[in-house]
Design a protein around this ligand. Structure first.
Ligand code: 4NP
Length: 179
């Protein structure tokens, strides 16, 4: 288990339906990358029958798309792989650092922006999403696909699928109730 997840484990000790493992995926607009990560993670958790032990959400550092569903290009790629994206965009807020155990930034600029709103009493662990992608080093970005073509959306999906499954494997191994 990574040192960061170990910190969550030490603080929570165990998870339960009353005290679920709360994870927030964060990108810039909350319409492409973080809704895709959220949808993939929800799907993986459901497939393993663990949904009562998780609180899963996504947010953007910007408020531009508040209230919007996922970008149609992200939805198309996800739906083609059997994944539904339920998100409605919202902006990340200070309270998220209390409500969530783990906050995963899609790229370094998201991490930097989150640091600027992080309250001093934050209990959340803040990490890069691709820290869980075995194909790259831990500071690798999930590149912004918004202004690019369809290939970018497929590549983002692949990165997020690898990262999400590895993250869930680690959480499942760390918390005995999930084993
Ligand atoms: P996301 O992608 O951060 O993955 O949701 C973007 C969505 C919208 C914009 C930029 C990136 N935008 O400039 O509106």
């Amino acid at each position: 288990m990574t040192a960061e997840l170990q910190r969550i484990y030490e603080r929570k000790q165990e998870i339960s339906p009353e005290s679920p493992f709360a994870v927030l995926f964060v990108c810039l607009g909350n319409i492409c990358r973080s809704p895709t990560a959220e949808g993939i993670f929800i799907h993986a958790v459901k497939q393993r029958g663990l949904e009562k032990y998780f609180l899963i959400d996504s947010a953007g550092t910007a408020a531009w798309h508040t209230g919007e569903g996922a970008d149609p290009r992200s939805q198309q790629v996800a739906n083609g792989r059997g994944i539904h994206l339920p998100s409605k965009a919202r902006q990340a807020q200070r309270e998220d650092f209390i409500r969530f155990d783990l906050i995963l930034a899609m790229e370094k600029s998201n991490l930097d922006n989150l640091q600027t709103i992080k309250p001093s009493d934050s209990t959340a662990v803040l990490m890069m999403m691709r820290a869980f992608d075995a194909e790259v080093n831990e500071m690798a970005d999930v590149p912004d696909p918004y202004y690019g073509g369809p290939r970018g959306f497929h590549d983002v999906f692949d990165m997020l699928e690898r990262s999400s499954n590895a993250l869930l494997d680690e959480i499942e191994a760390g918390f005995s109730i999930l084993k």
